[in-house]
Design a protein around this ligand. Structure first.
Ligand SMILES: [Mn+2]
Length: 271
């Protein structure tokens, strides 16, 4: 049995299948752990969605911003934009099953056997991990509930940028969704920044990539596995932060990390 963490698939079905072949993925024994953004922007989101439903217990994803956005489109809050390339999936008869499955998936997973924490964008270095895991679990329950449309509507917006213990339920929900699915840069005060689009080397001086800020705690932090930031091409300069979004949908690569052996496997984007 092996755990295969895979970067942002974004509808790149053929590349995913080649990689699964390469690692000899066996759904009766192994687990595929996508780091979010399973669909959108790529050529075959509907095939990826179908595969996820077929894999059943052999797949353990966390939600990314595009996965949440698909749920909002499915819920009728938005029309799918041409760039999203979600039309086939949204019109497919299995979309209701896929949305139902997606709604029960978490924002954060923790694998104690590897001391690995997984989320799509990352976790906030200044907020205790236990707090974030609790908030993420509350968010999962909201999205799995019959009130999920209300919570999807409340999800949109950049505020609050900073964590405080007296946020309202809605503010806390938005904070944990934004942190785990959209975060890239954080300022010196710990406020999330969503405006900066530059790579880390060209970012304003008061901003740092979330994984470069040291947590205000003495307990050792787990190994973080994340996606979302294709411009990094997986590079964090810190082996405790494993970036798996290597930009397959942008013509680069899809990456798998096998936790048992700490090996990386890559598949070049197909023409
Ligand atoms: Mn993303």
């Amino acid at each position: 049995m092996a755990h295969y963490f895979v970067g942002d698939i974004q509808g790149c079905y053929d590349e995913l299948m080649r990689l699964l072949d390469k690692v000899k993925f066996d759904p009766t024994q192994d687990v595929l752990c996508p780091v979010g953004d399973l669909v959108a922007r790529g050529p075959a989101s509907e095939k990826v969605a179908k595969l996820m439903l077929e894999l059943g217990h052999a797949v353990e994803p966390v939600l990314g911003n595009h996965d949440l956005h698909l749920l909002s489109i499915y819920a009728g809050l938005f029309k799918d934009k041409k760039n999203d390339k979600l039309k086939k999936l949204v019109q497919s008869p299995m979309v209701s099953d896929y949305a139902k499955w997606l709604r029960t998936q978490p924002l954060i997973r923790y694998y104690p056997e590897f001391n690995i924490i997984v989320s799509h964008a990352g976790t906030h270095p200044f907020v205790p991990l236990e707090t974030q895991m609790e908030l993420a679990d509350q968010a999962r329950q909201k999205l799995a509930s019959k009130d999920y449309k209300i919570w999807l509507e409340r999800m949109y917006g950049n505020e609050p940028r900073k964590w405080r213990s007296h946020l309202t339920e809605e503010e806390a929900f938005r904070f944990i969704v934004n942190t785990t699915t959209r975060m890239r840069f954080i300022d010196d005060d710990g406020a999330l920044d969503f405006e900066t689009k530059q790579p880390p080397s060209q970012a304003p001086l008061n901003l740092s990539p979330w994984f470069e800020l040291k947590p205000k705690t003495t307990t050792p932090t787990p190994i973080h596995v994340f996606g979302h930031w294709a411009a990094l091409l997986g590079k964090t300069d810190d082996s405790n932060f494993i970036g798996l979004d290597t930009g397959c949908v942008w013509g680069n690569k899809l990456t798998i990390y096998k936790a048992e052996t700490k090996e990386f496997f890559v598949q070049q984007s197909l023409p």
